[in-house]
Design a protein around this ligand. Structure first.
Ligand SMILES: O=C(O)COP(=O)(O)O
Ligand SMILES: [Mg+2]
Length: 231
């Protein structure tokens, strides 16, 4: 039984917001391929897909910076970044719709909807990619609200998107559950003071999700259902 850290089990929830990259969709192969095509075009050596996947989570600008520098926190030369970013964007636009939905996602979303939970998506991916991607894989219809990385002035790990979603649904923040896959999700949830579950199959910078400050690790989306009840 997963360890619900800050709430009684099952957690009382009215609305569920779900992360995109690494939780709903396996986007790492296309993000990594776009990064490697960018590196090839600027005559840089390719980088292993696993390492590029560990750079995902803070939006595309950070993915590109990390791919250029080989470092999680370093900022590349501004002219190099300005040259490389549109090259990445061109390649990623071509590859975007190849991303696949993870196992259990459709079943989980259907079951959550059928149980009466309201659903939203909160991602650090910019709207330009988020909107066509969710539509292209047939997930748009599940979400009443989609907050992309550039929808609001702040993105995860800032609590703003979670607070905004709670307001949108008209629910107290503790009745909004975030399901994510990474440190950005858990930091944002703790800052907003809402419960957070994580799936173990996503992109947590190469670290196991068990190391995060979260309320439950769930094998897939359907595994969240027994841990919550409709508030
Ligand atoms: O775009 C990213 O880097 C990560 O996006 P996510 O918040 O959906 O995981
Ligand atoms: Mg994610």
């Amino acid at each position: 039984m997963p360890n619900i850290k800050r709430y009684t089990t099952p957690v009382s929830v009215k609305a569920i917001v779900i992360d995109l990259d690494g939780t709903l969709l396996h986007t790492a192969p296309e993000l990594a391929e776009a990064a490697n095509r960018m590196l090839r075009d600027i005559h840089y050596a390719p980088v292993a897909q696993e390492l590029l996947a560990s750079y995902i989570g803070n939006g595309i600008s950070w993915l590109v910076k990390r791919a250029l520098t080989g470092d999680m926190h370093a900022t590349p030369d501004a002219a190099l970044y300005d040259h490389a970013l549109p090259i990445f964007e061109k390649h990623y636009t071509e590859l975007l719709l190849e991303s696949k939905v993870f196992d259990g996602v459709i079943e989980g979303l259907e079951a959550m909807k059928a149980a009466g939970y309201r659903l939203g998506c909160i991602t650090n991916k910019v709207e330009r990619y988020t909107t066509p991607l969710l539509a292209g894989v047939g997930l748009s219809k599940y979400f009443e609200i989609v907050l992309a990385g550039d929808t609001l002035p702040e993105k995860k790990p800032h609590p703003m998107p979670l607070l905004h979603a709670a307001k949108f649904f008209g629910v107290p923040i503790e009745q909004l559950l975030l399901i994510g896959d990474s440190l950005n999700d858990t930091i944002a949830a703790r800052a907003a003071e809402c419960p957070v579950f994580c799936v173990p199959y996503g992109y947590n910078h190469g670290e196991p999700v068990e190391t995060l400050d979260l309320d439950a690790v769930i094998a897939n989306l359907p595994a969240a259902l027994p841990l919550m009840k409709l508030a």
